[in-house]
Design a protein around this ligand. Structure first.
Ligand code: 13P
Length: 218
């Protein structure tokens, strides 16, 4: 059943609080959105500390970027969110944050594409690096287009990370996994080098995964 408008606003506010608790959105960083209809998206306002965002502050925008409901201005990264929805009809939520270790990889311009952890391979896939683009400009949606069409999470060079999902929970899980993968990759490299899983290991692992919707929780 489709959640009602109040529930959808609460889902986004809860995600904002969680991002803040995780330390992924210092000061007013980050933005979150949720597709609430064929042509409408609920999104955080620009320059809002995520720990303080209230349901009434969220804005409804059309897929053309025009504000339909709410006062104030939507996130300056709205076009990046809309690009993900335009390109991926399966995407129902978008999370943009600046988790410190993943953002370190983005600043070092190092993607997280090696298959290191089975859970990350299964639920996230490779996390490539989008070329640097000036935040809040049209360069940002352009920089992610090719990657978000085929990936569920990516790094934005010298900026942060982006994760998409069918809903807020999945997009948030993916953002958390990006930061976890970045931490583990960093530690492995400090310890002398990460040893990626072999192609056979990856194929065997993917073949043993429970299928979506069969009640086993995958
Ligand atoms: P907004 O406050 O406009 O959403 O921007 C925050 C941010 O993280 C920009 O990349």
């Amino acid at each position: 059943m489709m959640p009602n408008a109040t529930d959808m606003r609460q889902q986004l506010v809860d995600a904002c609080r969680r991002l803040d608790q995780l330390g992924f959105v210092p000061a007013t960083d980050g933005n979150v959105s949720l597709r609430i209809g064929r042509d409408e998206v609920l999104i955080t306002p620009t320059m809002a500390p995520k720990r303080l965002v209230q349901p009434s502050q969220l804005l409804v925008v059309g897929m053309d970027g025009r504000v339909r409901q709410g006062s104030g201005r939507p996130s300056s990264e709205m076009k990046m969110h809309l690009a993900a929805y335009w390109l991926r009809p399966d995407v129902g939520a978008v999370v943009h944050a600046h988790p410190p270790i993943a953002t370190g990889f983005a600043a070092a311009r190092l993607p997280l594409t090696d298959p290191l952890l089975p859970e990350a391979v299964a639920t996230l896939g490779p996390v490539p690096l989008a070329e640097y683009a000036t935040p809040s400009t049209d360069e940002v949606p352009r920089s992610i287009e090719k990657l978000v069409a085929v990936c569920n999470a990516l790094l934005l060079a010298n900026h942060g990370a982006l994760a998409v999902g069918a809903g807020v929970a999945e997009a948030m899980d993916r953002m958390e996994r990006v930061e976890h993968l970045a931490k583990v990759t960093l530690v492995a490299r400090l310890l002398g080098g990460a040893a990626p899983l072999g192609a056979g290991d990856v194929a065997r692992m993917l073949a043993t995964l429970p299928r979506r919707g069969d009640g086993t929780g995958a």
